[in-house]
Design a protein around this ligand. Structure first.
Ligand code: PHE
Length: 498
């Protein structure tokens, strides 16, 4: 059995009172009659109301309470009374009185003079004389009465208000009646049969609490998947459903050759600057490049071929050998396409990859120096821009983005190129979601892919859709050392447009 707590006493007194008188007009005065704080009584009332044992109605009113200054006067007397009491029969100097009364001196002097309780010696304005023997300290009396909750005439209230001795305070009480489930003594419902119950035999008389089938269970302790990995898996599933295979992305370090040159990106291109790209100090240069293919890439940059004029500059092997952290996964796609071109006869393919890329960028709310790129490509005879648009519509609508728009763009390796925009219903605007295009013949033909084979491709970041789907507006909350594990634990599973 539960031990009897003070709250149980309060509850018993309240229920007994209601049982005999039928009501409690004001819980505040009831609390003081029990000698407990109103807060404590309110706790009991709340619990009893929840079970409809009592019915409670709020009483909201405003009462006058003493300010700190007034509380001092109620205890020690009004300033005028304090002043007069401090004057001995021979009188006292103002200085001496001020030293004794402190803050109350000025107010006390004024009020005592008004009451004609004090006077001054002729010719000596500094000596204060006491004019009365006995006096009534009305102010102290009024303040004490107010403190005790007695009714005070309006003129007095107005006077005290003017002297800033009282302020209004809101107070909430409750009037109480018996509720529909009223009982004089609440039965505590048992939730368990304990050994104690079995030993004493009182289990026979126990009443049990009903099961709450609507209650939520305890959260299960389990592992959690990072939102980026969650979205990555959902996107992989979309690629699988569309018949795509994954490309091997297990090399963050790449040569400039595969990252730029093979993509027909000229060696003077600004993206190849160290302000945009992280170059490696050691090993600085790549050891192996496919010589035959390298020769063809050099030719197409310098003088063109395959119907192209090329760029007409002096292509340098040193530049192509520089190692870097790959700036896009299109480097992976390029390697894959080159490999595919060596397999005869040619067979069409659909490839995808999702992995990390690196750019020498200033870090802010939406940019990090490393992020994940999603890339898809289809390689087949006779593909057109219409095929690219159709595939993008399939892909992005599976991601829950069905309103798409395309804008002409430029990439050194694709022609035509298109930026992809999607209408964001939450933000009510078009947001850029990716980049795409058809790989140029200057890139595909030197690899050895047959004439008439086209490659349509697109790329986007993994972070952007994840931030949109999870409502995260700072990329540093999603990735890196500042990630809060609780955010990951509490985020719900996201199911894209599947
Ligand atoms: N490589 C491009 C980027 O980094 C994406 C892209 C991939 C564009 C394939 C066209 C084709 O933004």
């Amino acid at each position: 059995m539960a031990e009897k707590s003070p709250a149980a006493d309060v509850e018993a007194s309240l229920l007994a009172h209601l049982n005999s008188t039928g009501e409690v007009p004001d819980s505040r005065s009831f609390a003081s009659s029990l000698g407990v704080s109103h807060l404590e009584l309110e706790g009991v009332i709340k619990s009893l109301s929840a079970f409809r044992i009592v019915e409670s109605t709020d009483i909201i009113d405003e009462t006058w309470v003493l300010t700190d200054e007034a509380k001092g006067y109620a205890a020690k007397g009004s300033p005028e009374a304090q002043l007069v009491s401090a004057i001995p029969p021979e009188g006292a100097t103002k200085g001496a009185l001020k030293a004794k009364l402190g803050d109350a001196f000025d107010v006390g002097m004024k009020a005592a003079a008004r009451n004609k309780w004090i006077g001054f010696e002729k010719g000596n304005k500094d000596l204060v004389l006491r004019k009365v023997e006995n006096f009534k300290d009305e102010l102290q009396e009024q303040l004490k009465r107010l403190e005790n909750g007695e009714v005070i005439p309006d003129e007095v209230i107005n006077d005290l208000k003017r002297r800033k001795l009282i302020t209004k305070e809101k107070s909430i009480g409750h009037s109480l009646k018996k509720g529909p489930e009223f009982v004089v003594k609440r039965k505590t419902l048992a939730t368990d049969v304990t050994t104690e119950h079995l030993r004493s035999g009182d289990w026979k008389d126990l009443e049990f609490k009903d099961y709450n089938y609507a209650a939520q269970g305890q959260p299960i302790a389990k592992g959690y998947v990072q939102p980026l990995m969650e979205v990555r898996e959902a996107i992989e599933n979309i690629f699988f459903m569309m018949g795509f295979r994954e490309m091997p992305t297990n090399n963050f370090v790449e040569s400039s050759f595969w990252n730029f040159d093979a993509l027909f990106q000229p060696q003077q291109h600004p993206a190849r600057d160290s302000h945009d790209t992280f170059f490696l100090k050691a090993p600085m240069a790549t050891r192996q490049l496919p010589e035959d293919y390298l020769e063809k890439v050099k030719q197409v940059h310098q003088s063109g071929g395959y119907g192209s004029k090329g760029y007409g500059y002096d292509w340098k092997r040193d530049e192509a050998e520089k190692n870097l952290l790959r700036t896009h996964t299109t480097a992976v796609s390029t390697r894959m396409l080159y490999k595919l071109a060596q397999e005869k006869p040619f067979a069409p393919k659909r490839y995808y990859s999702i992995d990390r890329v690196f750019r020498n960028e200033a870090v802010d709310r939406t940019h990090l120096a490393e992020f994940h790129q999603i890339e898809g490509l289809i390689c087949d005879y006779g593909l057109t821009l219409g095929d690219l648009i159709g595939v993008l519509e399939d892909f992005f609508s599976s991601l829950g983005m069905s309103k798409l728009r395309f804008k002409p763009a430029y990439n050194p390796y694709t022609e035509p190129s298109m930026e992809i925009f999607s209408y964001h219903d939450g933000l009510k605007k078009w947001v850029e979601v990716g980049n795409s295009g058809m790989f140029r013949p200057e890139m595909l033909l030197p690899m050895g892919l047959p004439e008439g084979v086209n490659v349509i491709a697109w790329g986007l970041s993994l972070e952007r859709p994840t931030m949109i789907l999870y409502g995260i507006d700072n990329i540093r909350d999603l990735f890196g050392p500042k990630v809060d594990f609780n955010l990951i634990k509490s985020s719900t599973l996201c199911r894209l447009g599947l």
